[in-house]
Structures are given as structure tokens and as C-alpha cells.
Design a protein around this ligand. Sequence first.
Ligand code: ATP
Length: 437
Amino acid sequence: MPTRAWLRRTKPLAMHGSTLMLAVADETTRERVETKLRTEIEHKLSDHAGQVTHLAVMIDPSLVIETEPAVEEQPAEAAPAAPSPIANGGTRTAKGDDKLNPRYTFESFVAGSSNRFAHAAAAAVAEQPGKSYNPLMIYGPSGLGKTHLLHAIGHYVRSYYENLRVRYVSTEELTNDFINAISDNRTAEFRRAYRDVDILLVDDIQFLESKIQTQEEFFHTFNTLHNSQKQIVMTSDRPPKLLEALEPRLRSRFEWGLMTDIQPPDLETRIAILRKKAASQRLTAGTQVLEFIASKITTNIRELEGALTRVAALASLNQQEIDLTLTEDVLRDLMPDGGEVRVDAETIMNMTSRYFSISMDDLTGASRVATIASARQIAMYLCRELTDLSLPKIGAKFGGRDHTTVLHSVRKIDGKMGEDRDLFNQVTELTNRIKHA
Ligand SMILES: Nc1ncnc2c1ncn2[C@@H]1O[C@H](COP(=O)(O)OP(=O)(O)OP(=O)(O)O)[C@@H](O)[C@H]1O
């Protein structure tokens, strides 16, 4: 095989079962490997290993950073090429899709040293559901991409294995479904919904702790799926052995397959994530700006993305370019003490109700009066930005609202901040007060 320059920008990552994970620097290289080399590589690997071996190709932009001089500005991302394995996991819209966020695909996920193993394991599972690691458990602190990978697996499988049934569920929904099924005498239906699937993706499994009956039911669901080689993937904020209020037999089952953690990303990965996000939103933000944000926000990617959104919102309101001065101003407001501060939902809700002079009952109630509804949406948005609470948990704090209502509020405020200066100022001022509370 002749040595081609672009081949130097590829890197074998790991062997997962019978799949070789190969990282490439960019979409062009991936396409070349897929179209020109896949068959040859797979044949050679299979000969060498004495068994059928597959290739999974993924994009790792850090390979560009490692091998090429830094560029000042990244052009807006090209339109996605024709779908192909892993790298383009979410570019096809999944049929009948319900709960998978279209933004959370393998293609939009940046692999770096902090998440490389989790990414590779998720890719292996998506390539060959039920045949590599089962169950796969991805754990780590909030806001680091666990849900993103779970959805990416779902999108990928729905796109490339049309006959496989995928079910994604948060543990809160699973628990509610189960409770409703019991009270409505529909447990058989519940079981069918969760056991007649080929891939079950369960988010935030730590919320099963202390829920004895749901644990019992999940134990049987797990066994049924596992015995018939159906894929189970779970996320958790802790490794199974630290899920102390979980039945030991469940904990040990969670450890059967592969457990992989996700750590906070290093500086290069944070910059690469911001760059990708900026490109996907067609924002022109120079390297200096991205580096500045990435140097200030280090532990939570949700917050990292939130900061870029706010910078973009202010630039849009001021009708100016995103530059360092503007970015510094926004981050000063966002981080009054120069660092990341996590707060609790109660503080956010109290401060919001005081700021808008409305009662807590109104904030959590059903009133559709514009000022109250807007305050409620801002409070939900800030809970998502400043706490580690999941969408269902935030919904529960706001009078038992559905997680989709919370998501709608978050997106609405996100979108409106770049158009409505009053709203931008309110959110900024309120954030500041909350962080000083
Ligand atoms: N490596 C990555 N590349 C691109 N985006 C990322 C990456 N990691 C996380 N993100 C983004 O950061 C945000 C938070 O990620 P996600 O919701 O998956 O976190 P999580 O670990 O599931 O957190 P939680 O436990 O709070 O649910 C999402 O918008 C996600 O797309």
C-alpha cells in the first residue's frame, strides 16, 4: 500500500472485540479511508487476526492539532457528506424518532484524551450492537457528554440497522412508566415496551437508587435482554460500586460488560468543542476568543457551550463581531468571582421570584400571564445552566412539568437572548445576583 500524506493523519485507537477503532483527522480523510481502503484494511486485519475483523472510523480533530500548525480562523463547517459509519452517525434523521436529540451524534462529538475510551466503546457498541460490550456503562460527572454518546449510539443504530428497535429512556421516565403501569394494571404492556427491543439506552441510572420495586423490575428487564444478546447501555454519575443504594445483584450485573469513565476535557479538547459548536452555528469566533473561553471554563461542557452562546447573543445584539473584549465582558458577568460556581435550584428559584417580584407559587404554577411565564422560563434555563440537575428533575421542581417543557424553555431563552436585549440583560443580571447569593 503506497504511503499517502493524508494517511499520516490517522491513528489506530483500540481494538474492541473484533472491531478496530481508527481515528482520522477530518471528513475528507474519513471518506478516503471508507471508499478506498476499508475493504483492504478489513481483509488484512482479518487475515492477520484469523477472524473476521471490522473497521470503525471516527473523526478526531485533535489529530489536526497534533500534526498541523494552528489556524487562526476555522471556516464554517461544510455541509455533511453522504452518511457513512460512525463519523456521520446522526446526519441521517432517524425514522419515527422521539427522544433522541438530533444534535447529539457521533459526528458532533469531539474525542479527546478525557473521553476517548468512552467514545471508542460507544462506537464499537453502535457498530455491532449486542456483540461487543454488554452492558456498556459510561459514568462521570455532569455535563461531560454521557447523554450525548448515548443518543449518538441511538441515532447510529437507527440509521444503519433499520430493523433494530432502539429505546432511549431516562431513569426518571423509566420509573414513572413503571409506577403508572402498576397503577393502571398495565405491567404486561410495560414489559413489552422495554423488553421487545434490540437496544435499550438508559440515562442516569443512579436515579434507580432506593427505588426498590423499579430495581426489581429492571433486574428482570436486564436479564431478559442480556440473555438474548440484546444491547444495554447505561450512564451514571458514578461507577456501579459507588451506587450504594442499589441492590448488589444489579450492581454486579452493571459490571459485567465494560465500564468506562469520562473526565473533564483538557484545554485542546475544550477548544475543539467550542470550534465545532461555533462552526455548527456559523459563528465567526477567532482562536483567541475560543482559547479564552476554554481557559476560563474547565469542568463542565454544558457551561462551556452556554458561555459561547451568551457571547454570540451579545455580539448579535450589538451587531458587532465576536472579539476578545466582548468575550471578556460576558465572562466577567458570567463568572463574577473569576471561577465556575455551581448553585442549587432553590437559590435560583428564590432569586428569580424576587427579581421579577412574583411569588414562588406563580413561578411553579400554571399561570400563562406573560411576565410570569417568561420568569419561569428564565428560571428553568438558569437551572439547566447553573446546576447539575437533569431536565426531568428540573421539571419536577417547577410543579411537575414534563422534561420536554423544560427543554422548550431552555431553547427558547437560548434563542431569544440574541434578539431581545432586555431579556439578555435580565438573564445576565440575574445570573450575577444568583452567583453572589
Ligand atoms: N466531547 C464532546 N463533544 C461535543 N460536545 C460535547 C462533548 N461532550 C459534551 N458535549 C456537549 O455538552 C453538553 C452536555 O453534555 P451531556 O448532556 O451529554 O452531559 P452528561 O454527561 O450527560 O451530563 P448530565 O449527567 O448532567 O446529564 C451537550 O450539549 C453535549 O452536546
